[in-house]
Design a protein around this ligand. Sequence first.
Ligand SMILES: Cc1cc2nc3c(=O)[nH]c(=O)nc-3n(C[C@H](O)[C@H](O)[C@H](O)COP(=O)(O)OP(=O)(O)OC[C@H]3O[C@@H](n4cnc5c(N)ncnc54)[C@H](O)[C@@H]3O)c2cc1C
Length: 486
Amino acid sequence: MTSQPMRPDRHDAHEAGRPDGAAAVVIGGGLAGITAALTLADAGLRVTLVEGRPRLGGLVFSFRRESAAGELSVDNGQHVYLRCCTAYDWFLGRVGARGLVPLQDRMDVPVLDADGLRLGRLRRTALPVPLHLARSLATYPHLSLAERANVGRAALALKKLDPQDPRLDGVDFASWLRRHGQSPRAVEALWDLVGVATLNARAGDASLGLAAMVFKTGLLSDNSAADIGWARVPLGEVHDTLAREALEKAGVRVELRTRASGLDRAADGSWRVTVDNGPHGREQLTAGTVVLALPQRETHGLLPAGSLDDQDRLLDIGTAPILNLHVVYDRPVLRKPLFAALGSPVQWVFDRTESSGLAALPGGAGSQYLAVSQSAAQDDIDRPVAELRERYLPELARLLPAARGAGVRDFFVTRERTATFAPAPGVGRLRPAARTQNPGLYLAGAWTATGWPATMESAVRSGLGAVREALTELGFPQGQLPQEVA
Ligand SMILES: Cc1cc2nc3c(=O)[nH]c(=O)nc-3n(C[C@H](O)[C@H](O)[C@H](O)COP(=O)(O)OP(=O)(O)OC[C@H]3O[C@@H](n4cnc5c(N)ncnc54)[C@H](O)[C@@H]3O)c2cc1C
């Protein structure tokens, strides 16, 4: 789908019969920007969404790759969500993708210890919180009896914490776990098993506030909160193709390959966004409402002076990498859809045979495609592919006996060096709210002050939050805000 050349007059906020502010520009076509554009359009604004890349979805995307088995659809990185991610669930419904990204009936994670190949299972029951995890914990073979009892006590103490309490922001999660009697083994086999995947940091590098938020919301709020969902189709089908269809249906003008390079205020108070769109050169869009839905560094680059108290603090929000290793075996080596590993550098492994299209390829019959998802991957992110292959294939063979005699038809990696913001202690006070000090200008992005770690949920929430502020400022009475942003 190609976009039409832009005509600046179509973006003028002062189009005949339209009130000031009826035009909006959203900059950045990740989940935050898509959400903001959709909801602004749903509220009746004329919206233009500009995205620098040739596709939507930002950090959630797919690409095609020729492999020995044929052409595969590769995700840049395995993405999962939990039933408690209500905003992302709304997003899936809004773009018509709910059936493509189903949730488990009940949270069920096989946990395999490489030493001795002992298999445990984190599975919830139908009992109310916190009893829904009691049986799993009582029989979890990777911890001693005393460690299991201590985990239960720490979970109850964690439940009492208020993640919004600013005092928790500056404390690291590992110190708190130590103070609450958690052994290094309990940290590895339970707290980091969940925390590294959701926070993209080990306990020592994570803010207690964010960790408390994740564990309280995911494991201690509702018995179904941590049921896991993931896409059964390539990520791009949901977050690019279907998202674009929804935007176009909502009347949003989507401009791809269009980078915003400047933002300033006209004499009449409206915003002027300078965009570079390759062959069409440089143009200006004018609108009463602008949502910046960009990563923190890019936001800092465009943000006009005086928008935040201390704009340079955005540059202090660090980033953290995620690495995915993609392995195509010549035979099935894993019978489960996913598992998490202990005692190994391998973290989480997903079967992507169906969703990558491999199963349907004539050359793919009998083969299996595994994605190994490595969060907080600072140590590995710059290793050459050959080194990663040497490090990880023997580990997978150690964990999966069937992989020992299997042939590897393809091995490649996807590296996301700035996958998430670093959830380091102190990050909470650096994350800005949606509303800036400049009227009509709002911030969105998973890294803004949503209270959530850098997730799809945080991105969608940030987009909804920015629109809530924008519509309120435009005079929508609180009672008449669209349901999703109210
Ligand atoms: C490998 C990996 C695995 C992950 N796993 C999970 C997971 O399992 N679960 C989960 O919930 N989250 C996961 N995440 C995090 C999640 O993907 C992000 O938090 C979320 O997608 C961020 O969305 P966003 O809209 O805030 O930002 P982005 O996706 O970064 O979107 C910003 C957009 O702005 C565009 N842009 C930048 N500059 C300009 C400019 N000047 N003009 C126009 N456009 C511009 C960019 O091209 C980009 O499309 C993962 C991320 C990665 C990378």
